[in-house]
Design a protein around this ligand. Structure first.
Ligand code: ADP
Ligand code: MG
Length: 698
């Protein structure tokens, strides 16, 4: 019998597959290119393409595609077949090194924020050697970066790869300075936990809002919500179990180690966590995972909702970005070691992280934001969008004692080298049981968990930001250590730098309830930014400090950053626009007709009952009648407000108007419709209700 794991990685042109199938020099040349110690020549590329083609055809592939991540946050592909007419008219199967390395998808309608003039609308895709090719549905997918004719990034992967180089270089430099000279490369490692909702597909199909916008634009709360917490870690319903089994098999075939799966807090909500891997691959795999979740759900008569807030009043879905930096010899730089020297390194990296986050809180907040995430962050019923770090009481106390030590030393009561807290770091509990679930960034033993990301987002940009801000912070520390002769002096200096960082940046550390109102006040007092909406956060991309950060590290150019900003703002306007139009259409086609039909039925019943008409009916008629008038007014108000927004001239200002003027009108209309839902009779009102959608899979 076949074991469930037998197909693991069978659809990936993995490193071991390459090692086995390629001539040794070709394999080595590829390897050197991956670790940035060489470039790929034509002969090598041709040899790899040939081996890849044979492998893919053996696996049943008929087409190939350059798989890339445009700025919209999704993935894109254009399929080409391997078949070509040969010189004697017979079809031949061809796939050259040139076709592997460079493609021209001619995708002139992807957003470019003005980076491509229409006469040079062409974008080019280049093979990303660090992420393996794979096969899905008989198509060989080649992960690629997507750039304009002038080499500007038109995707999210190119900057991510550049930021990976920046963090690797910065980490190696500091690790070397702190005494470990053997380390030559470092990798940011990422594990992305993915939350999602599942509902019966028939309900999904009946709701235009779910189909077009990913979330319910109205719907009154079900009698039962999540108050019993009985869904969390409860037993997985049979249909869902069958779905998860197939998802796992698909993921395993693509070499993705899906590790845990469980019910989340909200009814109908689930989570999937893969085992962490290199940041670039983790981001690619997460894009694939979302796609597999969606498609497999369809096969099982389910719909997978990846929107951040599909249902009001019910927990939203996020993506938790677990982040650490590993050296080429397998050391985790956020993991305390057994030796004091390693502990100083650990502390330095932790402090570099603290400094990075406190220097760029708004950029980080922006990187984790999207239209949908506004309903999960900073909005009503959502936690405040304030960046802070929770370290856990143990690390807190260590940092505190180091900080205190400074004052003690300035009073000359301590002698050099006496850093007791530092020597005891090996006792740091790897599984912090006192985890603070309300913190947007938490240290969890040997990694930082960044929890703000929206469930539907690509994790590429948040990781580009993390890599870049930490790289800058590490470089600034290294600058101060460079040139110090003796290693003990280097370490002493590093500790002094850590003290300075704790002193300057301790305001970003917070272990209380991040969801409370007091925190908003306290954060304000500390001067921490609280940016409530995605659209207000985008301007950070034009901030001189941010431009300097990215240009200095060669991750983004100034032009690319403002193009990105423009694209995000245009996307925001479009998405809210779709929501508004969908809401208006549903009101017109579903809600108002239901109200009128029910009103008619009630009036006729009342008339036929004559003097026996029950008070209940009279009340109901009054209530539906006045609600119908109110809905009518709110409808017009929303329509007019939306139409008054000038979406052409300035996307930022238009976005702000959408946020501050149009959104409240949507809420107002929603409130009325939700009220009607509580008295709507199923006979007239045909939209699936919250109780249908949320509790249909038990
Ligand atoms: P929880 O839900 O309690 O946060 P999970 O076990 O569901 O924890 O997920 C933890 C995630 O963190 C997994 O994806 C795991 O692979 C990842 N992870 C573990 N160690 C590291 C590390 N050193 N660097 C990055 N990610 C890591
Ligand atoms: Mg988590």
């Amino acid at each position: 019998m076949k074991t469930p794991y037998e197909d693991f990685g069978s659809m990936v042109f993995s490193e071991s597959e390459m090692e086995e199938r390629l001539p040794r020099p070709v394999y080595q040349s590829w390897k050197r290119t991956v670790i940035n110690e060489g470039t790929l020549d034509r002969v090598t590329a041709d040899a790899i393409a040939h081996a890849m083609k044979l492998w893919a055809i053996e696996k049943g592939a008929t087409h190939f595609t350059h798989w890339f991540q445009p700025l919209t946050g999704s993935t894109a592909e254009k399929h080409d077949t391997f078949l070509e007419p040969g010189s004697n008219g017979q079809p031949i199967v061809r796939f050259s090194g040139k076709m592997l390395i460079k493609g021209e998808p001619d995708a002139s309608s992807f957003p470019s924020g003005g980076l491509r003039a229409t006469f040079e609308a062409r974008g080019y895709t280049y093979w990303d050697l660090t992420s393996p090719a794979f096969i899905r549905d008989n198509v060989l997918c080649i992960p690629t970066i997507f750039v304009s004719y002038n080499g500007e990034a038109l995707d999210r992967k190119d900057p991510l790869l550049k930021s990976i180089k920046a963090i690797s270089d910065a980490s190696v430099r500091l690790v070397n300075l702190l005494g470990d000279k053997d380390v030559r490369t470092c990798h940011p490692s990422v594990g992305l936990e993915q939350e999602y909702f599942l509902i019966d597909r028939k309900y999904f199909e009946q709701r235009i809002d779910l189909r077009l916008t990913g979330r319910t634009l109205f719907g009154s709360p079900a009698p039962k919500r999540q108050e019993l917490d009985d869904h969390y870690f409860g037993s997985i319903p049979t249909r869902v179990a069958a779905f998860m089994k197939e998802v796992n098999q698909e993921l395993w075939k693509l070499g993705i180690y899906a590790k845990t799966e469980h019910n989340e807090v909200a009814p109908g909500q689930f989570e999937l966590a893969p085992v962490f891997c290199d940041a670039n691959i983790a981001v690619d795999q997460n894009q694939l995972t979302m796609d597999i979740l969606r498609k497999t759900a369809e096969k099982h008569g389910l719909a997978c909702l990846l929107h951040e807030k599909p249902f009001d009043g019910i927990n939203g879905s996020g993506k938790h970005n677990n982040y650490s930096i590993l050296t080429d010899d397998g050391q985790n730089l956020f993991s305390p070691g057994d030796k004091p020297a390693e502990n100083i390194r650990f502390l330095t990296f932790i402090c570099a992280f603290i400094k990075a986050v406190d220097t760029y809180p708004t950029l980080l907040r922006m990187s984790a934001s999207c239209t949908g995430n506004d309903h999960r962050l900073g909005g009503n019923e959502a936690p405040p969008a304030i960046i802070s770090i929770y370290l856990g009481s143990y690390i807190d106390s260590i940092l505190y004692s180091i900080y205190k030590d400074k004052n003690a030393r300035s009073e000359n009561t301590r002698t050099k080298g006496e850093f007791n807290p530092v020597t005891n770091l090996s006792y740091v509990p790897h599984d912090n049981s006192d985890r603070n679930r309300t913190s947007p960034i938490a240290f969890t033993g040997n990694k930082f968990e960044f929890r703000m990301l929206g469930a539907s987002m690509s994790a590429a940009f948040p990781n580009t930001v993390l890599n870049s801000i930490i790289a800058e912070s590490l470089n600034e520390i290294s600058d101060q250590l460079e040139g110090i002769k003796y290693i003990q002096d280097v370490r002493d200096k590093a500790l002094e730098i850590c003290r300075g960082i704790i002193h300057d940046h301790k305001r970003i550390l917070f272990s209380g309830d991040g969801y409370s109102d007091e925190w908003i006040k306290e954060a304000k007092r500390r001067g921490l930014p609280c940016v409530n909406s995605f659209i207000e956060s985008t301007k950070i991309l034009d901030d001189p400090k941010v431009i300097e950060l990215f240009t200095k590290l060669d991750v983004y150019s100034k032009v690319e950053l403002s193009a990105n900003r423009r694209i995000l703002e245009e996307l925001y306007i479009k998405k809210v626009g779709i929501e508004v139009r969908t809401m208006l259409e549903m009101t017109r086609k579903e809600v108002l007709p239901a109200m009128l039909a029910q009103l008619k039925f009630c009036s006729e019943t009342a008339a036929s009952a004559g003097k026996f008409c029950p008070a209940y009916l009279t009340d109901l008629i009054k209530s539906i009648s006045s609600l119908t008038d109110a809905v009518n007014l709110a409808y017009k108000d929303l329509e007019e407000t939306y139409e008054a927004v000038d979406t052409e001239t300035n996307p930022y200002l238009a976005g702000l108007e959408m946020y501050s003027k149009v959104n409240p009108k949507m809420e107002a209309l929603r409130a009325l419709i939700d009220r009607y839902e509580t008295v709507a009779a199923r006979e007239f009102y045909h939209l699936p209700l919250y109780e249908d959608m949320l509790f249909s899979l038990q």
